[in-house]
Design a protein around this ligand. Structure first.
Ligand SMILES: Nc1nc2c(c(=O)[nH]1)N[C@H]1C(S)=C(S)[C@@H](COP(=O)(O)O)O[C@H]1N2
Ligand SMILES: [Mo]
Length: 241
């Protein structure tokens, strides 16, 4: 079990929620059919068996399943990668990878939990707190949400501003103490530790501050916008102690 760094203690994602994800593996498999039925109903029966997780299983991914909603994704290097922060901000900003690496880095070790039941325990992620980028840009008073876009050209996600400012939400540059590789969304992805992994948009290219939450890719297809692990997507029966 990891022990959260001091600055993370006392945030809403406490030990309770974290421990609540342990042992969810078996439960997740049992709970999956209900979610799958809901998704299939939503898609008119066209959904594959496991719409957000079973495509492209990486043989040596250490439990990770590679997933992309697009068939190919361009590669970006330190020379070509850019992350823009815009929308309802006073100082729209474009970061290079070097610029992101030069900012203070936060490392967290949590379980990764896909909504379809697979889980990878104790996975280190590191990067820049999203709150830092938002503060640097100067979020306007009228703002209420943040929208994320990706250089795969299709995937989108969103968080409320309150969620986006949590200390356990990162623009991650590293996973398992290595630079994020392309398959896992490198050079930079969103990492939303307390939520199911579909919130953690890979190949992050844009952060746009908006007034209201707009549904992301999977949310338009039936998944919860507030994707707290153990408390959303029909998993309210997850352990709570
Ligand atoms: N751009 C993009 N981000 C994405 C996805 C995607 O298809 N495209 N899939 C999501 C889902 S459903 C999961 S479970 C994780 C998978 O991350 P991994 O490929 O690093 O295991 O990424 C999330 N972020
Ligand atoms: Mo997923």
């Amino acid at each position: 079990m990891d022990s959260p760094p001091p600055e993370e203690r006392g945030t809403p994602v406490g030990r309770r929620v974290f421990l609540g994800t342990v042992g969810l593996g078996a439960l997740g498999v049992l709970a999956a059919p209900a979610l799958q039925r809901a998704t299939e109903a939503f898609l008119g029966g066209a959904a594959e068996r496991d719409p957000t997780g079973l495509t492209g299983l990486l043989p040596n991914g250490g439990g990770f399943r590679y997933y992309s909603v697009t068939s190919s994704v361009p590669h970006k290097t330190a020379a070509t990668y850019r992350l823009t922060v815009d929308g309802l901000v006073d100082r729209p900003t474009t970061y290079t990878l070097a610029g992101l690496r030069a900012l203070p880095q936060t490392r967290m070790v949590r379980d990764v939990q896909c909504v379809t039941g697979w889980r990878v325990p104790g996975t280190p992620f590191a990067g820049v707190r999203l709150s830092r980028l938002l503060d640097a840009a100067g979020v306007r008073a009228s703002a209420g949400a943040v929208r994320f876009t990706c250089f795969d050209g299709s995937y989108t996600e969103s968080l409320t501003l309150e969620q986006a400012r949590r200390p356990d939400v990162l623009v991650a540059l590293r996973m398992r103490d290595k630079d994020l590789d392309h398959s896992h969304g490198g050079p930079a992805r969103l990492y939303v530790a307390p939520m199911y992994f579909y919130k953690s948009a890979k190949w992050l290219s844009g952060i746009t501050v908006t007034q209201h939450v707009e549904q992301g890719y999977w949310e338009e297809r039936g998944y919860d916008v507030d994707a707290w692990v153990g408390r959303s997507n029909g998993r309210d029966d997850a352990p709570t102690t």
